[in-house]
Design a protein around this ligand. Structure first.
Ligand SMILES: [Fe+2]
Length: 287
């Protein structure tokens, strides 16, 4: 029987790559990198087989899509921010079996789920940046799942539940990651360079901090009640569907755990970012 060994909301900002590869910006995202490395270390200690990543940068407009390729090789340059992130080589094993299992279960529950084994379907940076630091040796498989920007929060919950059930029916030890922002309001163009380390608007920053407080104190029901408004008023990245999936995986409003912030909340090009671990309800027992 499979198991969710760890769950987390994580950052994937491309300035992480800049922080490593640019002299001018050296170290600006060390806090984020250290958090990713620490979460990867915990997953590794719990003998993770597969990272399932809800990647908000694999943007789709309908249905739920999984990259079910068995191998993932490539060199990634961001079309969105090529001056931040370019020339990232990657190689990871995929998890076609788990992908098929999720699709099978999702379709049985009338969600439109597609597991793709097709050439040319590469990873996006919501998967690649975290994996670069969490799974540097490539010892665990990687299953990237798209974020449907038009899915409702309720559909997000249902699909998360499907993923959790499929994991339990598999033989995999899985770390589930919601790779997406908190508030997500970019700066106007003329302010973008100066605002690289800031959150755009005090309102967004304050709401993010309140959300973190709710997560840390285990007030998940209250958070879920505000999630639709949080998404709308704080410019949710991809409709915050990654967050809906994550809590769907954790059991939604029956989840009794709390969030542990790894490192510090920070601003990045106007958006609010953080790494937060949520212990799954059933404790992990590595063999
Ligand atoms: Fe993003």
């Amino acid at each position: 029987m499979g198991e969710i060994v760890l769950a987390a909301k994580i950052t994937h900002v491309p300035s992480i790559w800049l922080s490593e590869h640019s002299k001018k910006f050296k170290g600006i995202r060390q806090n984020a990198i250290d958090g990713l490395v620490e979460i990867g270390r915990r997953a590794h200690d719990r003998k993770v087989d597969t990272y399932v990543i809800f990647d908000i940068h694999w943007v789709v407009n309908q249905g739920f899509h999984l990259n079910a390729n068995a191998e993932h090789d490539g060199t990634f340059t961001s079309h969105e921010l090529p001056h931040f992130l370019n020339g990232m080589d990657y190689h990871f094993r995929g998890d076609p079996e788990l992908a098929e299992k999720i699709a099978e279960l999702g379709n049985a529950r009338n969600l439109r789920v597609m597991a793709h084994r097709v050439p040319g379907l590469g990873f996006e940076y919501g998967t690649l940046i975290p994996m670069h630091h969490m799974n540097a040796a490539g010892s665990a498989r990687v299953l990237s799942i798209a974020g449907n920007q038009f899915a409702s929060i309720e559909e997000g919950r249902q699909f998360g539940e499907v993923v959790a059930d499929a994991i339990r029916e598999s033989d995999r030890r899985v770390a589930v990651l919601a790779s997406g922002s908190m508030s997500h309001q970019f700066w106007p163009n003329h302010l973008s360079a100066a605002g690289i380390n800031e959150v755009n608007t005090e309102f967004n920053r304050q709401v993010d901090l309140r959300v973190l407080e709710l997560w840390q104190t285990g007030r998940i029901k209250e958070f879920l009640a505000m999630l639709p408004d949080y998404r709308d008023r704080c410019f949710g990245e991809g409709g915050m569907i990654d967050t809906a999936h994550l809590f769907g995986v954790l059991g939604w409003d029956t989840y009794e755990g709390s969030g542990e912030i790894i490192g510090e909340y920070f601003g990045s090009s106007g958006t609010g970012q953080v790494n937060v671990v949520f212990e799954p309800s059933e404790p992990s027992t590595p063999k």
